[in-house]
Design a binder for this molecule. Structure first.
Ligand code: NAI
Ligand SMILES: NCC(=O)COP(=O)(O)O
Length: 323
């Protein structure tokens, strides 16, 4: 049993939840929705009081731990008043996972600008989850689809600041956590990491920027000295080609769009966001709240379905690995 959070009530989360349940009710993985039951339309809903009671309900109806919103939601129009309930659903899902009552947490997309305006101090789920279920290392974002896994070393910050923050230590820290996650949760015995360069042609021997030889190459050397199979800095423009991808298990990328553009271009529907370095399993669809189409019934549930399936697989790997 997985816990699926409500996410932004005015976004596509409720409708893709209903469609994901319709697709998975026969073969699973089983999940329960933490949020306002009135958001769910078009499929039968079973209000349950625990994950344990959700299991029996799942084949017939979408189980919901009903947590009412203070105001009705209007698709496409987020409201600050719902922010506490959005965050409470995440906190409750994590508490259930930490108590071992669900196998993992899957999050529906949140509208970050609304939460920020309401005082939420984190850039996204990843950092919030690090606070709720951290293990003493920073939470690390990975996006995965069948053809590619990417790990951005810097995430939600202006590009100039992200580049200024890059150090060999920051790259090594993220690569180590990715390496451990690939071993523990993905069952890859000796993960191969390809570290992207920053500049065109990975700096062209220093003629196109100093960061590749001053920051990225030393990080790769440090990783290799620890016995991690790391290569790079690789010219970013060819790292994600069909010919390159089979040579590594994850690409360590230096900033958000270097990681997310290739994966969303390759597989927007099958991409899944995974948080590594937590005491719990957490996945999420790779897309956002899609306010522009919310409530129209045209949103694809595929990335959410992939996130639910991957969470179940990772939980299984983690249990097997720990045994
Ligand atoms: N894990 C999370 O909570 C995430 C939250 N966000 C948040 O979502 C909000 C909107 O972000 P955007 O950059 O506009 O990205 P977005 O992914 O919400 O939308 C980008 C485009 O893709 C389309 N799209 C997205 N998901 C779709 C689906 N399942 N089916 C069909 N079309 C789909 C949208 O209609 C839109 O045209 C922001 O507040 C952002 O921070 C974004 C990514 C992840
Ligand atoms: N662009 C990816 C994204 O926004 C996911 O962030 P998070 O909410 O999973 O931290």
């Amino acid at each position: 049993m997985l816990a699926l959070t409500m996410g932004e009530p005015a976004g596509i989360g409720p409708e893709i939840t209903a469609r994901a349940w319709a697709a998975l009710r026969q073969g699973g993985p089983e999940f329960l929705f933490l949020g306002d039951a009135d958001l769910i339309r078009g499929v039968p809903v079973a209000r349950v009081d625990s994950p344990e009671s959700a299991r029996a309900a799942f084949p017939q109806a979408l189980p919901v731990l009903h947590r009412p919103l203070p105001v009705p939601a209007t698709p496409g129009h987020p409201q600050a008043a719902t922010a506490p309930a959005v965050l409470a659903a995440i906190e409750e899902a994590v508490a259930l996972a930490r108590a071992g009552r669900v196998g993992g947490v899957v999050t529906n997309p949140i509208q970050k600008s609304v939460l920020t305006a309401a005082g939420f101090p984190h850039p996204g789920h990843t950092e919030f989850l690090g606070e709720l279920a951290g293990t003493g290392v920073p939470p690390v974002m990975m996006l995965a689809c069948p053809q590619l896994r990417v790990v951005p070393v810097t995430v939600h910050e202006p590009l100039a600041r992200a580049i200024a923050r890059l150090t060999p230590e920051l790259i090594v820290e993220h690569a180590r956590i990715a390496h451990a996650g690939l071993r523990r949760d993905f069952g890859i015995a000796s993960p191969r990491l390809a570290v992207a360069g920053l500049n065109p042609h990975a700096g062209e021997a220093g003629t196109l920027g100093h960061e590749d030889h001053a920051i990225v190459a030393p990080a790769v050397a440090l990783l290799r000295a620890e016995g991690i199979e790391a290569t790079g800095p690789h010219p970013p423009d060819t790292l994600f080609t069909a010919k390159s991808r089979p040579s590594y298990d994850a690409a360590i990328c230096l900033y958000h769009d270097q990681a997310l553009i290739p994966i969303k271009t390759l597989d927007m529907d099958g991409g899944v966001n995974v948080t590594l370095g937590l005491s719990i399993i957490r996945t999420s669809p790779d897309h956002g709240t899609a306010l522009d189409i919310a409530g129209r019934g045209i949103a694809s549930p595929d990335s959410l379905i992939a996130a639910l399936r991957l969470a179940a697989q990772l939980a299984h790997h983690r249990r097997t690995h720990a045994a």
